[in-house]
Design a protein around this ligand. Sequence first.
Ligand SMILES: [Zn+2]
Ligand SMILES: [Zn+2]
Length: 94
Amino acid sequence: MGQINATTCQDCGHHFELRLGGGFIAQVVFCEDCGRGEAVFHGGKSLGERDDEPGWSGRCPRCHGRLSLRARARCPRCRSTRLDVDEEPTVLWD
Ligand SMILES: [Zn+2]
Ligand SMILES: [Zn+2]
């Protein structure tokens, strides 16, 4: 199950919605460059769980940066990683 949480950037105060987690067919992976979360469809298997597939990566559709399981969520405005994520998700998705 994935979710969307209201998030506030601690550095610039920007307010945005952050997609987190994964469902049965998709998992959110972050871009190393812009920090945007992208739902990646993996057809049922969890990404990056196996040791022989370290740091699964793809391409970010927005900036063509690298999507990585190790990348962290960033503020879309100033790219800060210091984010206040609301505990309560606003939307749940599968
Ligand atoms: Zn910011
Ligand atoms: Zn990107």
